[in-house]
Structure formats: C-alpha cells, structure tokens
Design a protein around this ligand. Structure first.
Ligand code: ADP
Length: 510
C-alpha cells in the first residue's frame, strides 16, 4: 500500500515536471499561453490515467494552475493574478482539469468494475462446474476450499461437520505464497473455538469480525436454509481481503452450500426410496409367506397326524403315498426357503462366489439330479453341441439356476410336455437353453417375471401357487457371474430360457 502511494506521488511529480518543461519550450517557440494550458490539462489527464486514486489528479489540477500562474503569467515567478482576464483563465483551467480528470477516473473505474464482473462470472461458472463434478458432500466442500485458495491466494481451513459439531480442519495452502508461515495453524484452541462458534451460530466469526476477533482466520458458515454444512476459514494475514475478494468468497460459499444442500436432499430421497422399497419387499414377503407356507405346512402336519394316529390300520400303499406327500411338501418348502435365503444374500451383496473352471456338461448333469422327482409325465432331453464347453462359474449357484428353470418347466407345462436342456458355445460365450412346449410367457410378462414376487397367474401342475422368487434369483446369480438370462418364445409354443456365461478356452496339457 505504502509502495503504491509513493509510486503514484512520483508519477504525478514527473508528469507535472514534464508538462512544465514542455510549457517552457512552447513559450520559447513563441506560441500562445493557450497551448501551455492545454499541455497542463493533458498532463492532469495522464495523471488521472496512471495513478490509483482521484486525489492525485485533483492535486495535479491544483498544482498545474499554481505552476502556470507562477511561471507563465505576469508578474512572472510570483503567485499572483492581477487582471480579471488572467484570474478567469486560471479558474477555467482549474475547472477543466478537474472535470477531465474526474471523467477519466470514472471511465477507468467502470472499466475496472466490468473487468472484475467478467472475471467474477468466469470464476463462478468454473466453480459451479467444479462443484457439480465433485459429487459427494465432502468433495463439494473441498472443491470450494481449493477454489478459494486458488483465487484469494490465502490459506483456507476447511471444517467438515458430522451433524453434531465440526471435525478437525483440513488445510488448503497449495496456492498461498508462504503456506503455514504466517501465524497459527487452524487446529489451535482459539481457532477451533472461533470455527465452532461460527458453526453453532451460523454467523461469521474470527478475524475481521466482532466475535473472537483475535483469531488468525475469518470463519464463514457454508449454510443454506438454516442448515450449516461446514465452515470455511480464510487466513487474514497482513492485509484483509478487499470488497471484491469478499464478494467472490461469499458467492463461492453460497454456491457450495446450494450444491451440498442439493446433494443431501437427493441422498435423503434415495435412502427414503430404498427404505420404502425394503419395506414393501418385507410386507410382500410376509404376505406371500403367510399365504404360501400355510398350505404345505397344513398338509405336512395333517399327514403326520394321520400316520401318528392310524399308522397301524393303514396299508403299505396308503402309507407310502402319505410319506411321499410329506416328502414333496417339505422339499417344496426347502426349495422355497433356499431361494429366499439366496436371493436376500445375493441382493445384499453378501454372497461370496466360489468361481472355478467347470465343464458345463458336468454342471448340467449335477443339476438334473436335483430336479423335482415328479417329472415322470414329462420327457426331458439333455443335448450339447460341441465338446468340452468350459466356463468359470460358482457351480453350486449355476446348478440352482438350472434346477429352478427345469422345475418351472415341469411345474408350468401340462403332462406329456417335452423339456430340452441344450448347451453350446456362441461368440466366446457358454450358452445354456432350457426350453419347453408349454403355454409360454406372454410378451407383457417377459420382463416382469424376473421381478420379485411376480407371477403370471398360471397355476402350476401340482396346484401350488408360485412365490415369484425363482427367476429373480436366477437373474441375480447370472448378474453376479457377468452373464445374462432372457426368455424367448419357443416354436410352435412354449418358452426358452437362455443363460449366457463368459466361456473359458479349452487348453490341453500333454
Ligand atoms: P414361481 O415359480 O415361484 O412362481 P418364478 O420366479 O420361478 O416363481 O416364476 C415366475 C412366474 O413365471 C411363474 O409364476 C410362472 O407364472 C412364470 N413361469 C416361469 N417359468 C415358466 C415356464 N416355463 N412356462 C410358463 N410360465 C413360466
């Protein structure tokens, strides 16, 4: 500041000396005094243009009139104007100098302000893009702090919040001239209490305010709609930021607060949606469970009751039918509970895949051992195109998928239907198709059958209502394998469930 004052004074003196010298020259050349006056006015204009305050051009106006009077008017080298003509000339010269310098200063100020405006708009635009990209709330706060450090060239202390108070500060000093060398660090007791007060009260505190003003940082709340999302401290250093810097900082903090508020609201909404979805899932599950579990459980307990009471009087064939019913019902319950467990684990991401390179043929054979025993009225064919199809899979889970698909084909097609399990290699993928010639799946249900608890309303052959969990589980398993599952129409009727898994290359070592 002192430096500027001295430079401006020297500039003013130099311009006045130069104009006086030119005045001497013009007079020596015999030119009229009007020319000398014009040179002085020009000089004042130059002073207005090159100095930083209007006081220099006003002082130059006064000095020009005095110099002109002292050097160029009669009586020479005396500060005196005797005749009315000279007095009027001096007055007009003074007024002309003051007016021109005032206008020059105003134009300069306007140019400076519009330059600042353009710079400010640029910075705000940049900041809003940076904040948008930052994503999570902490990232937004840090991005704003980085931007402030870059623009103000001052140390920035950034305090995140945990909802109850402020966390220890994170410093941003990369763009400060001498990071950390000018005063206390922001985690000292005094600084922390100023920052905490700023957070609690939502007001500016610390240096340059009336609250805890001995602090080294000026603390500003990052707040929107009454909620404080963080606190930013700006180190004051030797000079306080000017109005322009202050307004820039406040604009950035407002942007930061709005972005953080938006982010918090959208997170809250996502959480609420997830909770509502979980709640709906839970109530659907409870409804389905209470409805669907009752039938097989009543049947099991009824049959067990008959055996307990009348075992002695029943013939072997009757007893065998009852045993077999109990077995089927409990198998149904087991597969339902297994699907349910697997799907909740898959959805929650809690499943650890045990991936190993497997021969598809063996996986399908193993699955066929698990399919519903009651398929004597369906003809099942297993075929494979080409030899040795390998895929890196969790065999246990893929077996569960194939079993579910074949069981469905048995359940949802009438007696006498034929079911085919075909495997082949296609474009680097291992493909398994389970097809039947039953009623098929209507187009409007093709996507929805993979949603939890969706059933098309087809009654299964054994009269048990499905729970709509098998296919969602299959999709979750295929997704976890980076594979796909889709349903297509079979010709002339029925459906084809096609699984695609990334295949492994076969290599034989001698
Ligand atoms: P669930 O069998 O327990 O109902 P799924 O998710 O396995 O549950 O099947 C969803 C629905 O898709 C079934 O209710 C059934 O209506 C239909 N579906 C599945 N497989 C077939 C098939 N092969 N043929 C006809 N409909 C089927």
């Amino acid at each position: 500041m002192k430096h500027t004052k001295l430079a401006d004074t020297l500039k003013t003196a130099a311009v006045l000396a130069l104009t006086t010298a030119i005045g001497f020259l013009l007079e020596a050349m015999g030119l009229s005094q009007t020319n000398v006056i014009t040179v002085y006015i020009l000089g004042v204009l130059v002073v207005a243009a090159v100095t930083s305050s209007r006081w220099y051009s006003t002082a130059a106006s006064l000095a020009s009139v005095l110099l002109f009077n002292y050097i160029f008017t009669e009586p020479m080298f005396v500060l005196k104007a005797e005749d009315a003509g000279t007095q009027l000339t001096l007055l007009i010269t003074f007024l002309a100098a003051v007016f021109t310098s005032t206008y020059t200063v105003q134009i300069k100020e306007k140019a400076r302000l519009s330059q600042q405006d353009a710079y400010r708009s640029g910075v705000i635009l940049d900041t809003s893009q940076i904040l948008q990209k930052a994503g999570e709330p902490d990232g937004i706060l840090f991005a704003a702090a980085t931007q402030l450090n870059k623009l103000l060239k001052r140390d920035i202390a950034c305090f995140q919040t945990d909802g109850n108070g402020i966390l220890p500060p994170v410093s941003f000093t990369d763009c400060s001239p001498h990071p950390g060398s000018r005063g206390p660090s922001p985690d000292t007791l005094e600084e922390m209490s100023a920052a905490r007060k700023c957070y609690m009260e939502g007001n500016e505190t610390g240096a340059a305010t009336s609250i805890l003003s001995t602090a080294a940082f000026h603390y500003l709340p990052v707040q929107s709609a009454g909620t404080v999302y963080g606190v930013i401290g700006i180190r004051m250093g030797e000079t306080e930021p000017d109005d322009f810097e202050n307004s820039l900082a406040i604009a950035i903090l407002n942007q930061c607060a709005t972005s953080m508020e938006k982010e918090f609201i959208s997170r809250k909404r996502e959480e609420e949606t997830a909770m509502a979805k979980a709640e709906q899932l839970r109530s659907n599950l409870l409804r389905s469970m209470s409805h669907d579990l009752r039938t097989p459980l009543t049947s099991i307990s009824g049959n067990a009751g008959v055996l307990l009471k009348d075992a002695g009087t029943l013939d072997e064939a009757h007893k065998h039918r009852i045993y077999s019913d109990i077995y089927d019902d409990s198998m149904w319950l087991i597969s339902l509970v297994e699907n349910l467990l697997s799907i909740t684990r898959m959805e929650g991401g809690a499943v650890q895949l045990h991936m190993e390179t497997e021969l598809l043929e063996e996986v399908i054979d193993e699955a066929m051992r698990h399919v519903n025993r009651r398929h004597e009225n369906h003809s099942i064919h297993v075929t494979q195109e080409g030899d040795y199809i390998l895929a890196c899979v969790d065999a246990q889970l893929i077996i569960q998928v194939i079993t579910n698909l074949v069981d469905n084909a048995i359940k949802y097609t009438p007696d006498g239907s034929s079911i085919t399990i075909k495997s082949y290699k296609d474009n680097g993928n291992a493909v398994i198709e389970v097809s039947d010639n039953g009623p098929g799946i209507p187009d409007e249900s093709k996507d929805r059958i993979f949603q939890m608890f969706y059933t098309t309303g087809h009654k299964s052959a054994d009269g048990k209502r499905g729970m709509g969990l098998g296919l969602p589980l299959c999709r979750a398993i295929l997704n976890a394998h980076k594979g796909t599952i889709e349903v297509l129409d079979n010709t002339p009727s029925g459906s084809i469930f096609r699984l695609t898994l990334p295949a492994e290359e076969v290599s034989f070592h001698e």
